[in-house]
Design a binder for this molecule. Structure first.
Ligand code: DGL
Length: 281
């Protein structure tokens, strides 16, 4: 009995850190698919297959609930896994099983409206921009544009595909290099929106590792949506509504990777606040 936390790499640690703080007694298993990272440039079919494989491993590890701490997997694979894979998996299991994503809580946080409708977009004036920084696959899905437009006619999402940025963070690139890339993407959103955005979503969990660099590149008035916080709120509410799921009670923490086991680089350790050792998945 545990909660699984999945990402293609180290980005999901930003969600894990918040879940861990809010659920100290829960048993958490983090799975990082570093052998196949980045997911952003991959096809939809590949992202679905890799995400399913990771979830199989987490369910085999004793997880009942899995949080896809990855916008790309949540945008591209979640619905297909929930509708086409989970029903058959549940038939062969004694314990419940579900997979949750991080886009639903993020949409709720940015729009201030619950996920489930009925929705009306309401007023369309004035149209203020929500800047979304994301991988190519998340940008291609247009999930943020579509779901925000359904709920808030006064907000318009502008998604900037930040090609290569997640991989740079995964490799532990120097902060000066990351700052320069982030500045360019922030300028690109402002140019497309005709000015700085009103709110910003770091729509790739890797970017949260250097949220301070986004903060520096944006005007102080811009509201940065807290995806880890929104995800933790949503998981706690889910567990309260679904007592059939147990998050475990021993406070165990395991970190699995399909990549190289051992410690991570300095950028991650600085974010994490200390050394973090991964086991081979
Ligand atoms: N951290 C991931 C996300 O939130 C994916 C990064 C990648 O593998 O491209 O989208």
């Amino acid at each position: 009995m545990a909660v699984g936390v999945f990402d293609s790499g180290v980005g999901g640690l930003t969600i894990h850190r918040e879940l861990s703080a809010r659920l100290p007694g829960a048993d958490l298993v983090y799975f990082s698919d570093q052998a196949h990272m980045p997911y952003g440039p991959r096809s939809g079919a590949q992202i679905v297959e890799l995400t399913q494989r990771a979830c199989e491993r987490l369910f085999a590890e004793g997880c009942e609930l899995i949080v896809l701490a990855c916008n790309t997997a949540s945008a591209v694979a979640l619905r297909q896994l929930q509708t086409q894979w989970l029903p058959q998996l549940r038939r062969g299991r004694a314990r419940p099983a579900n997979i949750l994503g991080i886009i639903v809580p993020t949409i709720e946080a940015v729009t201030g409206k619950p996920w489930r409708g009925p929705h009306s977009p309401g007023s369309t004036e004035p149209r203020r921009c929500v800047g979304v920084f994301a991988t190519q696959a998340t940008a291609r899905s247009q999930v943020y544009e579509i779901e925000i437009a359904k709920r808030r006619g006064d907000l318009v999402a502008v998604t900037e595909a930040c090609k290569g940025l997640a991989a740079l963070i995964e490799q532990g690139a120097p902060r000066a290099e990351l700052a320069a890339v982030i500045k360019e993407h922030v300028a690109a959103v402002a140019a497309r929106a005709g000015g700085p955005p009103h709110k910003v979503i770091l729509g790739c969990t890797h970017y949260e590792v250097c949220a301070d660099l986004f903060r520096e590149a944006l005007p102080a008035s811009v509201e940065l949506i807290q995806q880890p916080h929104a995800t933790a709120d949503s998981l706690l509410a889910y567990l309260a509504r679904h007592p059939e799921y147990s998050a475990g009670h021993e406070g165990r923490r395991r970190f699995l990777t399909t990549g190289r086991p051992g410690t991570q680089h300095r950028l991650v350790e600085t974010f994490w606040g200390g050394p973090l050792a991964f086991e081979a998945a």
